[in-house]
Write a protein that binds this ligand. Sequence first.
Ligand code: UDP
Ligand code: MG
Length: 331
Amino acid sequence: MGRRCAVRTLLTDGEETIDISVVIPVYNERASLPALHPRLASAMEKLGRAWEVIYVDDGSGDGSGEWLAETAKGDRRVRVVSLCRNFGQTAALMAGFDHAQGELVATLDADGQNAPEDIPQLVEQLEREGLDVVSGWRRPRADPFLTRRLPSMLANRLIGLATGLRLHDYGCTLKLYKKRVLSGVRLYGEMHRFLPAYVAAQGGCVGECVVSHAPRRAGRSKYGLGRTFKVLLDLLTFKFLTLYSNKPIYVFGLAGLACFGVSLLSGLYAVYLKYGAEPSTNFNRTPLPLLCVAAGMIGVQFILLGLLAEMLVRTYHESQGRPIYQLRDGP
Ligand code: UDP
Ligand code: MG
């Protein structure tokens, strides 16, 4: 039996309507929080809207949780969601979205690399251009070239190519969303960076806004080069799910048919070598019989996998009463 985990809200406020919720994932950022919080509060006060900040403590062990609980005491604008262990940045953001009450939701790193002072310009652009998401573009970016900026440049190109939404900086946490585009979103792995692409795939409007970026002044980064590979695998999953989640047999079936094609061609060529070609070659001396049988068997496996996936898709949609379509919001 696994350990029981629950999301615990330490402080919830009353019925007040909130315009903007700021969601901040926090993992061992005790050294950065005391500088960040007053900057955020003053930027949000200047904006003149009803706001709240949701700090999601992602299993910190350095006293961040205690600092946040203390800060939340007596301040109705500060809410703390504590996760029982470290679930990762994507899960922390999801927990924040699930608790956000605002019409708009901004996300921000806790280490002070993103400037809270940039939030008003995101809000302004979202409203002026009627967007659903505004994604930050860190320019210039204050991270090392080889381990961060280079992999990130390649990943941005690849994600743009694969999803059709060409953003310069998918990895920037500073983003602003309309709350309604986040409802029903379920994220896994490192997928928070694909949210703008997800919104665009659902017919939403996405914009980009240049934001400032500072080097990390306290604490340590939680990521290394390994994240690049996770992002690549997540991209594959994302592409598959957005394109074929309703018809997996189209992917597996196509691969199966291609294998059958290879099997048939190699079989026919082997027969031709034996009976049609001069001089005749015994096909046992070529790899063709092996190729013919192996490709045929792999083809069968693909088709069976596709059928299995089709059953899973039906179970998923029908057990949850989820239709395979989504209606457009508004008129
Ligand atoms: N973070 C988190 N859980 C994790 C790792 C990171 O909540 O498992 C938070 C972290 O506290 C920070 C943000 O995600 O607010 C980005 O992390 P970091 O600054 O280490 O990433 P980098 O800027 O180096 O890409
Ligand atoms: Mg950082």
